[in-house]
Design a protein around this ligand. Sequence first.
Ligand code: AMP
Length: 115
Amino acid sequence: MAENNPTIFGSILRGEIPAERIHDDEHCIAFADIQPQAPVHLLVIPRQHIPSLKEAQPTDGALLGHLLLVAAKVAKDAGLQDWRTVINTGAEAGQTVFHLHVHVIGGRPLAWPPG
Ligand code: AMP
């Protein structure tokens, strides 16, 4: 599924770039963000290359739900009681890697609204 994925997350899925996987299943993997914005900052990414939520299809519903459930699992496993899940969608919204991913951010008070 990662064969035609030119993004850095495609490279991670193919094992070309190292990332310590804290979760790994047939649908997704999770690992720590390389530039953490909080004491805990994890990323959950599907194995399937969906560039962003814009391209997600109704048939991806189960996968998207799975990503959120895995996000909750890795957040709890990291010891978080409260956390924020973020899916940046499009460059103006802060998306830099065009492989859909869920940020899991926590370990400090988080302001709202975000920047
Ligand atoms: P976004 O800006 O929402 O597209 O998020 C992309 C995230 O990927 C950023 O928070 C980056 O710090 C993170 N990132 C980029 N390259 C790597 C990498 N090699 N390993 C882990 N995280 C990465």
